[in-house]
Design a protein around this ligand. Sequence first.
Ligand code: BEZ
Length: 222
Amino acid sequence: MSGKALNIGDQFPNFTAETSEGHIDFYDWMQDSWAILFSHPADYTPVCTTELARVAALVPEFQRRGVKPIALSCDNVESHKGWIEDIKSFGKLSSFAYPIIADDKRELALKFNMLDKDEINAEGIPLTCRAVFVVDDKKKLRLSILYPATTGRNFDEILRVIDSLQLTQTKSVATPADWKQGGKCMVLPTVKAEDVPKLFPDGIETIELPSGKSYLRITPQP
Ligand code: BEZ
């Protein structure tokens, strides 16, 4: 039986697990940080190895944003510890600074709906897909992405989304297609014209459109 699908804004349920760094209670491990939990089909697989190496190299970028990475893979702690040596070798890494959850019974994969029914292992069991959950400091789910086992994730994109989430939670803007940190932003549709001067003292640009509607309002990143 799989768990209830989580929606953006839901409280991310707490859990305990064995990891490559010992037993954790997820909330205690997070402390007051954000977290990115990303799952994997299995240890000693090629795409997963590239992904874990990439995240290990990006640890300083996650730290700068107050986000703690944690991986999950459907093998046991002993297997994870051996695999970490391969990941370090592949990524030319001197250290591997985040835990990998051991979900060898697929309990968390089921609880968080992280199974890929199109990828079946030798025992006929669906593999864990490549899920990404970004959880904020209030333990709320802020982003959820599911990739199939055969497609590796783009972690620059995930950092980009985290930048957008952290910007837009305090400023009255949304980020447009392909936005990057420092790029132009869109004034939120809910901002009334009379509130624009107070919220955006440097002014905004309103794009003229065939409809005559003034909804495309652009501002430098606040
Ligand atoms: C991989 O990590 O390379 C992989 C794992 C499961 C299915 C397909 C690819």
